[in-house]
Design a protein around this ligand. Structure first.
Ligand SMILES: Nc1ncnc2c1ncn2[C@@H]1O[C@H](COP(=O)(O)OP(=O)(O)OP(=O)(O)O)[C@@H](O)[C@H]1O
Ligand SMILES: [Mg+2]
Length: 252
């Protein structure tokens, strides 16, 4: 379990994550939704200690994430950031191999090579493995970063907008894969999504943030509802049942 305990971050007078406490289950898919600026990325950055918290704590399987050695944390918890900036002239395979660093200490084992090959295949990148990442399209590059995080093979996987730049074929394939990793390998996946319908179809739990706070938290049947979504986004939605999923329409 990951426990966030009153995590808080302010920039000047603005408190952008305001004493957020959450418990994330050992296995399952948890989606975080909410408007731009709600504090979703800040919360994931605090939880993975990319960003220092002003107050609060984080534990993952009992490990004090904010104070443990980084290698200990990196074998339990991985994170895909919303923005990636790599100027290095490396190939897709080399990027994905970085995901093994906490395990390999710089020397790839046969297990590492197998994890890299599996992550490349999961992300439909096998044929692009030897291509320099600066020669990829935006969606291909996004998949390469997702593959790097999957190769890290941690129990807890935090993904900030992993569907960025993906076409619907690759977006759906990734959501199915994340669901399988939760169901078949018992991983706990936490991802930020803007598409509430992917959140609806694939999540066990949806956490909605607004103004630095959690304002909705529950299964899709509770959060993908017209009034709940209006409270999150401040606009009207129409919610329909379709093949057992709740589908929100919001394009008019
Ligand atoms: N370094 C910073 N300095 C000042 N304010 C910041 C900084 N980083 C983030 N913020 C502010 O914190 C708030 C939360 O930002 P955050 O990136 O967590 O939002 P988000 O929910 O991830 O939004 P998005 O959907 O646009 O990615 C925003 O108002 C943002 O402007
Ligand atoms: Mg963000």
């Amino acid at each position: 379990m990951i426990t966030l305990d009153a995590l808080t971050k302010s920039y000047g007078p603005a408190t952008v994550v305001d004493a957020v406490s959450l418990e994330i289950a050992d296995a399952g898919v948890t989606s975080i939704i909410g408007p731009n600026g709600a504090g979703k990325s800040t919360l994931l950055s605090l939880a993975s200690r990319i960003l220092g918290a002003d107050a609060g704590g984080v534990t993952a399987d009992g490990v004090d994430v904010l104070n443990a050695p980084s290698r200990a944390v990196a074998t339990i918890l991985s994170i895909l950031r919303q923005e990636h900036h790599t100027t290095a002239r490396i190939t897709v395979r080399e990027l994905v191999e970085f995901g093994r660093f906490p395990h390999s200490h710089g020397r790839l084992t046969p297990e590492c090579r197998a994890a890299v090959a599996e992550a490349l295949a999961y992300c439909d990148l096998t044929d692009l493995a030897e291509r320099p990442i600066h020669q990829l399209s935006g969606g291909q590059r996004q998949r390469a970063y997702v593959a790097m995080v999957l190769a890290q093979d941690t129990h807890y996987v935090l993904l900030d907008e992993p569907l960025n730049n993906l076409d619907m074929v690759h977006a759906t394939a990734l959501m199915r894969l994340l669901r399988r990793l939760a169901d078949e390998r018992g991983k706990s996946i936490v991802l930020v999504l803007h598409d509430v319908n992917y959140a609806s179809a694939y999540s066990d739990r949806i956490i909605a943030m607004r103004d630095g706070a959690v304002i909705q938290d529950g299964p899709p049947s509770l959060v993908i509802a017209e009034d709940a979504l209006e409270a999150v986004y401040g606009m009207r939605f129409r919610v329909h049942e379709l093949d057992g999923d709740r589908v929100a329409a919001y394009y008019r």
